[in-house]
Design a protein around this ligand. Sequence first.
Ligand code: ATP
Ligand code: MG
Length: 351
Amino acid sequence: MKKIKLAVIPGDGIGREVVPASLKVLDRIAGLHGGLKFEYEHFDYGCDYYLKHGDMMAEDGMERLGQSDSVFLGAVGDASKVPDHISLWGLLLKIRREFQLEINVRPAKVFGGIKSPLANPEDFDIMVVRENSEGEYSSVGGRMFQGDDEIAIQNNVFSKRATKQAMEHAFELAKSRSGHVTSATKSNGIFHSMPFWDEVFRETAAGHQRIETTSTHIDALAASFVTHPERYDVVVASNLFGDILTDVGAAIMGSIGIAPSANLNLNGKHPSMFEPVHGSAPDIVGKGIANPIGQLWTAKMLLDHHGEEEMGSLLLDTMESVTADGFLTPDVGGCHTMDEVVQQILSRLQK
Ligand code: ATP
Ligand code: MG
């Protein structure tokens, strides 16, 4: 029996609704598989934990999470209870940093039955690999002078190691897809970091002769996601560019409630973390209408990560059949509750 030990952090808001629902689905998958078992350790870290204990997680929290094979997270943050900078830095960003989760992988495509702003939504099926640890989101910089003379300087930091690591991952992913990698650049306007990015991209591409490559400036690329989605397969992007592109991707998919992500540790020293793109959605908490697809697609990525691609594909196909048949939550124009959508998925996973 193969065991996968999951550290489960439902977190805040709808995380506490979509995570338990997803565990039911994972258990059903394990049952269908026959030789697979999930072992869960539950952690109540989040904003309520902070209000009780003065910290977002226990002192030995990282050590205990580190004993798992992967972390399965819902959402972190509830600004009505704890300021966002405290909740994010105390939990989500702390895990990303300490577990060296240096790349963020986000697939995007439009499910049948879901309305997308694209004319030909079936053309959109991409995977964005975002460098997750440096780039534009660095703490290097500062402010000087005062009054009307004041200036602010923000330095971008691109290391060859982290840049190449993200790119290598993109090329590896492309091998099992349609074999094309697009690099998001801006070397016509950013004169140091982006030419460096392009150089590392060319060097990485040279090691993967069979993969086709394109470099496209980020502004044109964002527009072209909408006008020519068929051109894209795997896209590799810096921290900021990846952030923006994946929000465009989520908009094309029809709701942020659908988008999944994997934060990957690539040195094997720590677990990876799987979380949907959406936040805790305080406006719909307790209404039973959270879209479970983002968390469930995240569970599919977790299955793939642990070598269970067949089960991962089964889960994805099942979700698509459910949306295609019109079992949709209100965020994607439906009238069904989360439980109804999950029930459909569970019953179709029985056959
Ligand atoms: P964060 O600050 O964590 O990025 P946010 O406040 O920017 O989060 P979300 O919490 O993702 O954004 O919510 C944005 C909007 O999307 C809200 O109106 C919310 O209700 C909706 N939303 C988010 N996730 C879902 C979901 N799973 N199902 C339905 N609606 C969702
Ligand atoms: Mg928020």
